[in-house]
Design a protein around this ligand. Structure first.
Ligand code: AMP
Ligand code: GLY
Length: 424
């Protein structure tokens, strides 16, 4: 099978690494990829949202399957684009159509879906600029902190959690009246704040059957002890001790199954990953959000724990025979520690030479924001390299990742030294 993988982060490096372990892989191309994906295939300078360029490349290179990493091409309808084209319609796309991608592309849609299918979630209401006074009144019925969510995609920045009602009102005005997130905040979801620990749960589905992948915990804040600004994710651990079988049975019965049945009822044939952002409130799972893709950095611990052939599973998705496939999960723990650029998630510089990658032992350095220039690997983003390790315990795996994180060097390197500590 010749594969085109769309995306350029740590998630895509982990996917490329995993696909390269499959005997079914023919040629692998990654658009645009990073310095890490180069090891497994050819990087192509095409933007994942330039559908015409993707089409041309797919036809010229006899691609059989397109695996979509990030949400943007899915929300913009890349899968629909393939289905609507005579020459592309028989090429498999791993990732939902526009209808399914709305689970991530519209917070209002996803909340309505959760309510309709009785999926436990925070109570909420949706407002527009016409109904801003009702929004102020709704805020009065809630206790602080307040959760405001821009309806559309906002590069992961669309959720704001003000601690006072004054701040909440001001923020709401910014979002609804001053287009703080452009079109994405034309509608705003206001919801009740839930207190608990979060866990990311992943499912691969062909629209009929599904396989539950390993769960992972992500560390979102830049600072140790979960302080400071939100990032794309500073590290991850899988499995997650509190997401034990009792908890996961609740997740499957109350959240996963109603989602799959709901999608079928809505006539949405969903082929791809579903990311369930779940919060454990006193032992009960509540769904915070859906994403229509894998998580990052969760992918850097989830794919390493899948023993089965990922391309065999993807074929199952494409041909709707996933129910006949088996998925084997590695019992070991996997952790990843994200090395970032100095200043991230604020302003940071790119182009710093990365050294020490050749010194890594017993860990996998998944590249995120890296590129190759003049035969040197340089930084090319905020999140730079995710150092993944296996271990019998979280401690054992972390020890390897931290030791190797020390060996990698570039100007401004920073990483959190407390990843996983809360779970030990
Ligand atoms: P989202 O983009 O929906 O994942 O929201 C980003 C982050 O905001 C989540 O990962 C949570 O940490 C937090 N969050 C979102 N909704 C809630 C909620 N209802 N209660 C508490 N925290 C929330
Ligand atoms: N790590 C969270 C995400 O991928 O959205």
């Amino acid at each position: 099978m010749n594969i085109l993988l769309l995306g350029s982060g740590g998630r895509e490096h982990a996917l490329a690494w995993k696909m390269a372990l499959s005997e079914k892989l023919g040629s692998l191309f990654i658009a645009p990829g990073n310095a890490g994906t180069l090891e497994y295939g050819e990087n192509i300078n095409i933007s994942p949202t330039d559908f015409e360029a993707v089409k041309k490349f797919v036809l010229e290179n006899e691609i059989n399957m397109v695996v979509v990493g990030p949400e943007e091409p899915l929300v913009k309808g890349i899968h629909d684009f393939f289905l609507a084209d005579e020459k592309l319609k028989n090429i498999s796309v791993i990732g939902p159509k526009k209808d399914g991608a709305q689970l991530e592309g519209s917070k209002d849609f996803s909340k309505q879906f959760m309510m309709k299918y009785y999926i436990p979630t925070a109570k909420y209401k949706t407002f527009t600029k016409e109904t801003i006074s009702d929004a102020f009144a709704f805020l009065q019925t809630l206790s602080p902190p307040y959760v405001l969510k821009a309806d559309g995609l906002a590069s992961g920045k669309g959720v704001v959690i003000p601690h006072t009602i004054e701040e909440a009102k001001k923020e709401l005005e910014e979002m609804l009246l001053n287009e703080r997130f452009g079109n994405a905040s034309e509608k705003v979801v206001i919801e009740e704040f839930l207190t608990g620990i979060e866990v990311s749960v992943f499912v691969l589905t062909d629209g009929k059957n599904y396989k539950i992948l390993p769960a992972a915990k992500d560390y979102k804040r830049i600072g140790e002890g979960d302080t400071g600004l939100n990032t794309g994710g500073m590290g991850a651990v899988s499995p997650v001790p509190f997401a034990d079988s009792t908890f996961m049975i609740k997740v499957e019965e109350e959240i996963i199954k109603p989602t799959i049945i709901g999608l079928q009822t809505e006539n949405i044939t969903y082929k791809g990953f579903i990311f369930f952002g779940i919060i454990n409130v006193g032992g009960e799972p509540f769904l915070i959000e859906y994403n229509c893709r894998m998580g990052d950095p969760e992918s850097e611990v989830v794919f390493p724990r899948i023993k089965s052939d990922i391309l065999d599973l993807f074929e199952g998705v494409a041909t709707q025979t996933l129910g006949k496939k088996k998925i084997d999960i590695d019992k070991q723990t996997a952790v990843t520690v994200m090395l970032v650029s100095g200043g991230y998630p604020g302003d940071y510089e790119k182009g710093k030479i990365i050294s020490g990658l050749d010194l890594i032992e017993d860990s996998i350095p998944f590249h995120a924001g890296t590129t190759e220039k003049d035969e040197k690997i340089i930084t090319n983003g905020g999140r730079v390299i995710a150092v993944t390790s296996y271990g019998k315990t979280i401690e054992e795996a972390l020890k390897k990742s931290f030791a190797n994180a020390e060996k990698i060097n570039y100007e401004g390197k920073y990483y959190r030294k407390d990843i996983g500590k809360d779970l030990i």
